[in-house]
Design a protein around this ligand. Structure first.
Ligand code: PA5
Length: 447
């Protein structure tokens, strides 16, 4: 049977010795024990490890009930959230959707759009242009219930909903996903009588895609969350194996072995634009989990072959601190063969009869060899196809690998102390009560 995820690090062997790799693997198994036994820092945030089974039939049915309730009357759903309360759903929906669904016209499924992930006045105003002319619903997501960006977007949307649909109907069109007890959003949802889903206390934002935070928007977009949970569950089975061949351990070990020898930047590479937002989810996962105490691999991403025409030069010849992790898909969902042209004016008849995917795969192979020759180590993470099942597996795989990996550099993977710094300054500059002293200090600095 094909593996759900294959990790191939053959080409890294030109950069690391067998000893360095096996030392890193041994270390990774040590931190695997810390993660799975719950003895490490941040161990009160390990609930995500069991989400594939915790999200049982009862949870799935509650999610599906919202889809059923909105099916007849709603054609646009605004999902409000930022960071971990946004990127997982966005990643899965982008990966699974037809690339041009918004231009193709209605397929009977509601359109999903996102808000609260920025503070741009233009973005929000333009979004309201759309919301005003469509029959809309809203899913507002915030674990803390106090994050500024989604709170501001939701205030605007809520007021519009109440004006357009009236208070009672408006409450029928809003669902909140938040903490079970704390935060302004929880209080507001209870008072307004919104249907509410709980984000478990022991699951942090960037590990929450397999809770209703990700599952509800993904289901509302028309995708099969049971298959996604099955993929995650099967992947969990493979991650919880303390022997050679554990793909998450291999990935965590090799990237850390590279890091300790000076490769400080990891680029997640894809050859399918459907993965653009998956890369954003991955960057947040690793960036917020590992980037602390002056340590951590810097996660970045490129979309090939597009970015070979912008970033390719740097990757090939620039500073030698980069390594690549290529997210590779064996078989695309569609087939397209390049036709023959008797005149051959474009000189492309050498491609006649070949699938476009063969060109893509040869670009992938050729690039991998060129970059390795240029001093860029390469890890390949391969899945068979893009589907709900493989995405569920990928989410779990990277989360598990991230936990193991962060513990390898002695970092707590589950907090994000640095995220607070910009917020304090922003609140002070906006005149939030309680921040007067800091506001004064900041104004002096920018005068
Ligand atoms: O991973 C995290 O914890 C963060 O990225 C949060 O998800 C993000 O800051 C949003 O927080 P909240 O869901 O509390 O609004």
């Amino acid at each position: 049977m094909e593996k759900i995820i294959k990790v191939d690090y053959q080409s890294v062997k030109g950069f690391l010795t067998e000893n360095e790799i096996s030392y890193a693997k041994e270390k990774a198994y040590g931190t695997y024990d810390i993660l799975t036994k719950g003895t490490g820092r941040g161990n009160d945030f390990l609930g995500w490890l069991d989400l594939p089974s915790l999200m049982d039939e009862e949870h799935v049915m509650k999610i599906e009930n919202v889809s059923a309730k909105w099916k007849e009357k709603v054609d646009l759903i605004v999902v409000v959230g930022i960071g971990g309360s946004y990127l997982g759903a966005k990643a899965a929906i982008e990966a699974l959707s037809h690339s041009f669904s918004l231009h193709l016209g209605s397929d009977g499924k509601p359109d999903i759009v996102f808000a609260g992930q920025n503070l741009s006045e233009d973005y929000m105003s333009e979004l309201m242009d759309l919301v005003k002319v469509r029959s809309s619903a809203c899913v507002v997501i915030s674990k803390s219930g106090t994050t500024t960006e989604p709170a501001v977007a939701f205030r605007i949307l809520k007021q519009h909903f109440e004006e357009k649909y009236g208070k009672t109907e408006s409450s029928e069109r809003i669902v909140a996903i938040t903490d079970q007890a704390k935060g302004a959003l929880k209080g507001l949802a209870t008072q307004e009588g919104y249907t509410t889903f709980v984000i478990p206390d022991d699951v942090g934002g960037r590990y929450s895609v397999l809770t209703p935070v990700g599952l509800l928007p993904i289901a509302l977009a028309g995708f099969d969350i049971r298959a996604m949970l099955k993929g995650a569950s099967d992947m969990k089975g493979l991650c919880y194996v303390r022997e050679d061949d554990n793909p998450a351990i291999e990935y965590a070990a090799v990237r850390n072995a590279l890091y300790s020898k000076g490769w400080k930047i990891e680029i997640l590479v894809n050859y399918n634009p459907k993965f653009q937002y998956f890369a954003e989810w991955w960057k947040q996962l690793f960036g917020e989990s590992e980037g602390k105490e002056g340590k951590g691999i810097y996660p970045s991403s490129v979309n090939f072959t597009t970015d070979l025409h912008s970033m390719g030069q740097y990757i090939q010849n620039g500073e030698r601190t980069l390594f690549e992790t290529v997210l590779s898909v064996r078989e695309p969902a569609r087939k397209m063969v390049i036709s023959d042209d008797p005149q051959n004016l474009d000189g492309l008849n050498f491609l006649s009869g070949k699938r476009l995917d063969e060109c893509n795969k040869m670009a992938e192979l050729g690039t991998r060899i060129a970059h390795v020759d240029g001093g860029v180590p390469n890890i390949q993470v391969e899945i068979g196809e893009i589907s709900e099942y493989t995405l569920g597996a990928l989410f779990y795989f990277f989360e598990f690998a991230c936990g193991v990996s962060a513990y390898m550099i002695e970092i707590n993977p589950f907090d994000q102390p640095g995220v607070e710094d910009y917020k304090k300054n922003m609140f002070a500059l906006l005149g939030k009560p309680g921040y007067e002293e800091l506001a004064e200090e900041l104004r002096k600095r920018v005068r």
